[in-house]
Design a protein around this ligand. Structure first.
Ligand SMILES: NC(=O)c1ccc[n+]([C@@H]2O[C@H](COP(=O)([O-])OP(=O)(O)OC[C@H]3O[C@@H](n4cnc5c(N)ncnc54)[C@H](O)[C@@H]3O)[C@@H](O)[C@H]2O)c1
Length: 243
């Protein structure tokens, strides 16, 4: 079985992935949370480069890394964004370089281009937001994800570490976009099944560097996923309006 290191493994997405990938991959978890006693679990703060390096050293050679650990709230305070999403992310890529990781999947966010959304939601003739549009972050959180995409590209240019950056929409722990009556979730929802498909296809793809939106096949979605369909063969099946 091939090894995968997952940072942020105890969060919403991390739990879906550790469960969903465990039949096909040997998973090593890194998270700051202290509620797991699995022998492949390393309780580590990614913003501490020494302890992160020591965790990678203990894990040993691994082909894949899925980087999820971050302050994930849109309104996260700058001090946490700086610590977890900027310094932590840079430390993770440094470990990827030092410990010979071949491919990283980075959990970016649609908030890298969230600035387009206030206009687009009122428009009748919707032009889908695409990865070719300039970044337009709507928060410190969104800017930190744009930084992450830049570091991913930099580490490919300098060290040939392959990265796929997924601008994820909304993955909900309860996996039901109608439950909380937040209308936008009907458009931006990424179901657990589609998330897993996207992650597996990203892991197995031979793309060297790419940025893709991660969203289900929702009616009214406003991100362009044509590159994910073409390059990763991503075929989303769930539709929030039918769930
Ligand atoms: N859930 C979504 O809808 C969504 C959408 C877009 C992007 N994302 C991104 O995907 C990733 C995972 O999202 P989530 O919803 O599972 O978030 P989450 O907040 O549920 O989980 C984040 C995990 O990261 C860990 N973490 C935070 N700081 C850390 C640190 N310094 N060291 C080690 N671990 C640390 C936390 O303990 C937690 O387990 C995040 O990067 C988030 O920004 C999520």
């Amino acid at each position: 079985m091939k090894k995968i290191i997952i940072t942020g493994s105890r969060g919403i997405i991390g739990k879906i992935l550790t469960k969903g990938l465990s039949d096909e991959f040997r998973i090593y978890e890194i998270d700051i949370a202290n509620n797991n006693h699995n022998k492949n679990y390393f309780q580590t703060d990614i913003s501490n480069s020494k302890s992160l390096s020591s965790a990678f050293k203990k894990i040993g050679k691994s082909n894949f890394l899925i980087h999820l650990a971050a302050s994930s709230a849109l309104n996260a305070k700058w001090e946490y964004v700086l610590k977890n999403n900027i310094i932590g992310l840079k430390n993770v890529y440094e470990c990827a370089r030092k410990f010979g990781i071949k491919r990283v999947i980075f959990a970016s966010s649609s908030h890298v281009t969230g600035g387009y959304e206030k206009n687009i939601l009122n428009e009748k003739n919707l032009k889908l937001i695409s990865i070719h549009d300039p970044v337009r972050p709507d928060s410190d959180y969104g800017s930190s994800k744009a930084f992450g995409e830049a570091i991913a590209r930099q580490y490919f240019e300098l060290y040939k570490i392959k990265s796929i950056c997924l601008r994820i929409g909304a993955v909900l722990s309860y996996n039901n976009p109608t439950k909380d009556k937040i209308g936008i979730n009907l458009k931006i929802w990424l179901s657990h099944k589609d998330l897993l498909q996207l992650i597996k296809k990203s892991l197995l793809s031979d793309i060297k560097f790419g940025i893709y939106y991660g969203v289900s096949n929702n009616k009214g979605r406003f991100w362009d996923i044509s590159n994910a369909k073409k390059e990763l063969n991503y075929q989303p099946i769930d539709n929030a309006y039918l769930s």
